[in-house]
Design a protein around this ligand. Structure first.
Ligand code: ZN
Length: 140
């Protein structure tokens, strides 16, 4: 299923993470539930002290993900030449430019073409769901 949406809470979390990383670059992988991006996978060990470290971590093989997200502290939410190379690993690739607001990000497909991602409300499952599943109970 093509990813066309992002949960508003997830987007806000991404924007906040980009803000906290500033002036360094923030990078993570995206996880989707159906066609909605719902989670980010922050890669432990990501060294935010240089501009290009995220590229190495994104080369981690065979991590299943819907796409990538990273920030451009320069403020230009357009892919660089290097970005276009690792965009090929994910269906949706988000670049958030400074000042990291809902108006300062863009999404791109594998080929670096700008795509529209709709911001939607998404109801997150509570943390107890997994335990309930294991006990075979279903409260509906
Ligand atoms: Zn970039």
């Amino acid at each position: 299923m093509a990813v066309k949406k992002i949960a508003s809470d997830t987007l806000d979390f991404i924007l906040e993470s980009c803000r906290s990383s500033h002036p360094h670059e923030f990078g993570a992988l995206l996880e989707a539930d159906g066609d909605v991006i719902t989670h980010i996978i922050y890669l432990p060990g990501t060294d935010a002290t240089t501009q290009s470290v995220s590229i190495n971590t994104w080369m981690l093989p065979n991590m299943r993900h819907a796409g990538t997200v990273h920030s451009h502290p320069s403020g230009i939410a357009r892919p660089s030449g290097q970005d276009l190379i690792f965009f090929q690993t994910g269906e949706v690739n988000i670049i958030v430019g400074s000042p990291y607001t809902r108006k300062s990000w863009n999404a791109f497909d594998r080929g670096g073409n700008k795509i529209q991602i709709e911001i939607v409300d998404y109801e997150f499952q509570d943390e107890g769901l997994l335990d309930e599943d294991l006990m075979g109970e279903d409260d509906g």
